[in-house]
Design a protein around this ligand. Structure first.
Ligand code: ITT
Ligand code: NA
Length: 199
């Protein structure tokens, strides 16, 4: 039995394998890369949840298999929640993590630490070929560093320092990040839903 991971982001794929494997689900996890002929869905939603559902439904319909998807991003208080759902293409080119991070730091400039509150947000969606859908969410609160630090993770990890941590997400081990992250929370909440709907 197969469950499709409806994402082409390699950082997410690594984390989702770790998070979902821990649960011992009776499914073989198959990446979207196993279906190169299926075009990427346009993320036309205005919320993380809408975009996660769009991605999950597209893969479930195209493969005839249950699919899970992640839509996620960084929400910065002083930027009124931006980059938000635009996190992957904040500097213009989709998935250019370094350009996105550099632009964000430039936009914040030397704003003081007490005004650098931000959070990672994740919507995790499950869609079945018959159209059944579920979506759950998770978030990780933190503050933004003035300069990047650490080699782990992906995306904005080198600048987000979780509340109560002295390290950035990129300085945590993968297991430490998954234990507290927006993605870890959302997908751990999705696991009982997968069991309920798919047995
Ligand atoms: P898929 O749509 O194929 O899943 P994507 O990279 O386009 O891949 P999103 O639209 O959800 O996915 O964009 C998520 C962006 O938010 C991603 O490019 C990162 O910059 C950022 N992001 C999400 N989770 C993150 C995390 O755990 N650590 C750092 N940055 C993260
Ligand atoms: Na998105």
């Amino acid at each position: 039995r197969r469950l499709v991971l409806a994402t082409r982001n390699p950082g997410k794929v690594t984390e989702l394998h770790a998070i979902l494997s821990e649960a011992g689900l009776p499914f073989e996890l198959v990446g979207a890369d196993a279906y190169p002929e299926i075009p990427d869905v346009k993320e036309t939603g205005v919320t993380f949840a809408e975009n996660a559902l769009l991605k999950a439904h597209a893969l479930a319909q195209a493969t005839g298999l249950p699919a899970v998807a992640d839509d996620s991003g960084l929400c910065v208080d002083v930027l009124n929640g931006a980059p938000g759902i635009f996190s992957a293409r904040w500097a213009g080119t989709h998935g250019d993590d370094k350009a996105n991070l550099d632009l964000l730091l430039a936009q914040l400039g030397d704003i003081a630490d007490e005004h650098r509150a931000a959070h990672f947000f994740c919507a995790a969606a499950l869609a079945l070929p018959d159209g059944t859908e579920r979506v759950v969410e998770g978030r990780l609160l933190g503050t933004l560093r003035h300069t990047p630090s650490g080699d782990g993770g992906f995306g904005y990890d080198p600048v987000l320092q979780p509340l109560g941590e002295s390290r950035t997400c990129a300085e945590l081990t993968p297991a430490e990040k998954n234990a507290i992250s927006h993605r870890g929370q959302a997908f751990r909440a999705l696991i009982p839903v997968v069991r309920e709907l798919l047995g």
